[in-house]
Write a protein that binds this ligand. Structure first.
Ligand code: TYD
Length: 213
């Protein structure tokens, strides 16, 4: 594969979805071939799975069912969209990927990081991101942001307890430590322009590094 696979991770309201759009625009302006996508979803079949997972009424969903559905949606999205784009040399910006499952299902739902990773290997094979940006932002700050955003639709996971969101945050810190070569932390508790600059310089540095290696 010739392209570059960049994933954006973080707790609710960490600002990654806003920044990913700004990064997409900037990379297009700079003349890079780039696509921007998201999980769960990004293509028709995966969007259909997303509806089942996030539907507020599906409170009976078992944690393992939830983890399997995320992995199923991930597989379809990867095969139909991400891998073909990488093969054509595109930079793929993806809002959430396997680390979200490790944090939310592995730690938040208590299924275990290693167990959820093993299960996901069946879905992703050897496709891991080249670089992952973790948007580090205190849980309360993130939740206050989403609650003040009237446009955002509330989903099943948003309705979980504060403790669940704290567990996810701690889970992410653990995952950052485990994969410290791949995951870079971003200070997401600062104005958007500053977050954008921090993210863009990391991406530029990474592109420069691979162009010269
Ligand atoms: P979304 O509305 O896209 O939220 P966000 O803007 O925070 O990304 O909803 C995605 C939700 O699904 C979010 O609560 C995180 C959760 N999620 C998992 O629990 N596991 C996963 O593997 C993925 C990809 C997402």
């Amino acid at each position: 594969m010739k392209g570059l696979f960049l994933t954006f991770e973080g707790p609710e309201g960490s600002g990654k979805s806003t920044i990913i759009q700004l990064i997409y625009k900037k990379l297009i302006e700079e003349g890079y071939p780039v696509i921007c996508t998201r999980e769960p979803g990004g293509i028709d079949i995966a969007e259909q799975i997303r509806e089942v997972i996030l539907k507020k009424e599906n409170t009976a969903m078992d944690s393992k069912t939830e983890a399997l559905l995320y992995a199923a949606s991930r597989r379809q999205h990867l095969v139909e969209k991400v891998i073909p784009a990488l093969n054509k040399g595109y930079i793929v910006l993806c809002d959430r990927f396997v680390d979200s499952s490790l944090a939310y299902q592995g730690v938040g739902r208590g299924l275990g990081i290693d167990e959820v990773y093993q299960m996901n290997l069946f879905a992703i094979g050897d496709v891991l991101p080249d670089l992952t940006l973790f948007f580090d932002c205190p849980v309360e700050v993130g939740l206050a942001r989403i609650h003040s955003d009237g446009q955002r639709e509330v989903n099943r996971l948003d309705l979980e307890s504060l403790q669940f969101h704290h567990q996810i945050y701690q889970g992410y810190l653990d995952i950052c430590e485990r994969y410290r070569d791949r995951i870079k932390k971003i200070n997401a508790n600062q104005p958007i322009e500053d977050v954008f600059n921090e993210v863009y310089s990391l991406i530029e540095e990474y592109i420069c590094h691979i162009e010269h290696s």
